[in-house]
Design a protein around this ligand. Structure first.
Ligand SMILES: [Zn+2]
Length: 477
């Protein structure tokens, strides 16, 4: 082998390596969609041909364990930060922060105070800091200024904006002169109907069918814009829903004087702030009050919920059993469907489907955590993750092995406590990374061996000649 073919071989080997490592995942576009309150098994309640199309040509996870409490704002923020509620600070839809002396309330849309959101950095900001652009259509928190930033493009929250108009904006941003690589799309159903009629009602059927049509519309518009084959579409939700009944109501007024505490958040996880000097009285009145109510002092909240180490978690937390409803007084608003219960309950779990160039086709995985989505998104967007509670390894098998490797990201393997600010992370390498390293190294070694063998071989006649010369004197002797 002459040096020229060797150089060609070496160049090929180098090319293999560079293809493995340097395929810019900038080419990867991601659209993250949340249908609020879409329980994992709604897929099978009525025919959902568009969801099943995505399922057939994409990846599906059956059971996604979301974060406690299984409410809208805590879970939407976990999806985009990879953090448990105690770490990202949006611990409920209704909160009181005793340090800031401020309240946060979804019911009153009093959610725009940046300080509530800044215990974490959502992925759209990290994406933009990496030089990319993001676009958000109504995803919770995307119209709040967080760390002095909004998404590059966003719609101020307005429930009356139709799904079609939200999709139109997403398509516009993906196809603009300076296209986004990351889009977030949110729709309020089937949560609204689930609350009002309950998930077991036959009235849920038409709502799920309608969402299937909406997904069909989204697919049609992505195809029309020639985005369907190059956008990674992830369809998920924040939580499921369970059936409630007026027969299963726990009325706090029956057990404790309402003047002795403030009820910050109601059901199914009552956040109770006792008035000064009334802690013991309130706790003792409630501790054994009802067989379907478990009452915790803040420091006794089970570790498994990762719901303790934050000032916004109140001194007493009372958790109802599945399907039970906490009301201060029976005259208060009651909903036939609710969520917020223990995140181990299957009925609280959301849907998870993914389709696109990065994802395997027709693959079903049993389980993941909703916090695992964040490192997956960071991988696809080629951005370095902030410290988080998820695991990329948990979800890596959803991806094509050919998916380019992103810059190594950080991952926290132990729960981050509020007192222990994110920063203690370990690096986690991906399988494609090791395959790439191994493959590239093997190619380089093989060509080196071939070249050295050839070099030795080409020197053999000269050596043989030398041996003859050396041997001659001995013969002569
Ligand atoms: Zn929700």
């Amino acid at each position: 082998m002459t040096p020229k073919p060797f150089m060609v071989s070496f160049a090929l080997a180098a090319l293999t390596l560079s293809t493995t490592f340097c395929l810019q995942p900038d080419q990867q576009k991601v659209l993250l969609v949340s249908f609020d309150g879409f329980r994992w098994d709604y897929l099978y309640k009525v025919p959902t041909p568009h969801f099943h199309h995505v399922l057939k040509y994409g990846a599906h996870v059956k059971q996604v364990t979301n974060v406690f409490i299984t409410k809208t704002y805590p879970n939407h923020y976990s999806l985009v930060t990879g953090l448990f509620a105690e770490n990202h600070g949006i611990v409920a839809n209704d909160m009181f922060d005793p340090i800031l002396n401020k309240s946060f309330s979804l019911d009153h849309m009093n959610i725009y105070d940046s300080e509530f959101w800044e215990e974490a950095t959502p992925i759209w900001i990290t994406n933009q800091r990496a030089g990319h652009t993001s676009g958000a259509a109504m995803w919770p928190g995307t119209d709040v200024k967080i760390h002095d930033s909004f998404p590059t493009y966003y719609l101020p929250y307005n429930q009356s904006v139709s799904f079609e108009d939200r999709v139109a904006k997403i398509i516009e941003w993906f196809t603009s002169k300076d296209p986004i690589n990351f889009g977030l799309l949110y729709w309020e159903e089937p949560d609204d109907t689930g609350h009002s009629v309950g998930p077991d009602s036959p009235l849920m059927g038409p709502v799920i069918s309608d969402i299937d049509h909406k997904l069909g519309y989204l697919i049609k518009m992505l195809k029309k814009a020639k985005l369907w084959n190059n956008v990674n579409l992830i369809i998920t939700s924040d939580h499921g829903m369970t059936q409630c009944s007026k027969e299963r109501v726990i009325e706090l007024d029956q057990y404790v004087d309402k003047d002795h505490y403030t009820l910050i958040d109601q059901s199914p996880v009552a956040a109770i702030l006792p008035k000064e000097g009334k802690f013991d009285e309130v706790y003792e009145a409630l501790a054994e009050a009802h067989p379907n109510l478990t009452v915790y002092k803040k420091e006794e909240i089970p570790e498994k919920w990762h719901y303790k180490y934050n000032d916004r978690i109140q001194p007493i937390v009372a958790v109802a059993d599945e399907g039970w409803y906490i009301l201060q007084n029976k005259s208060d608003d009651f909903l036939l469907g609710n969520h917020g219960y223990d995140n181990a309950l299957a009925e609280m779990h959301p849907i998870f489907l993914a389709h696109g160039p990065a994802f395997r086709k027709n693959v079903t995985k049993e389980a993941m955590n909703s916090t695992d989505l964040y490192p997956l998104l960071c991988h696809l967007l080629n951005i370095t993750a902030m410290p988080h509670n998820g695991s990329f390894r948990n979800v890596q098998d959803l991806l094509n092995s050919a998916t380019p490797k992103a810059i190594p990201y950080t991952q926290s393997t132990t729960p981050l406590l509020s007192s222990e600010k994110p920063g203690e992370c370990e690096q986690e390498e991906s399988y494609p990374y090791f395959i790439g390293i191994s493959l590239g190294s093997i190619i380089v070694i093989v060509f080196s061996v071939v070249f050295i063998k050839h070099l030795i071989h080409s020197q053999v006649p000269a050596l043989q000649y030398m041996q003859v010369e050396i041997a001659q004197p001995l013969l002569q002797a």
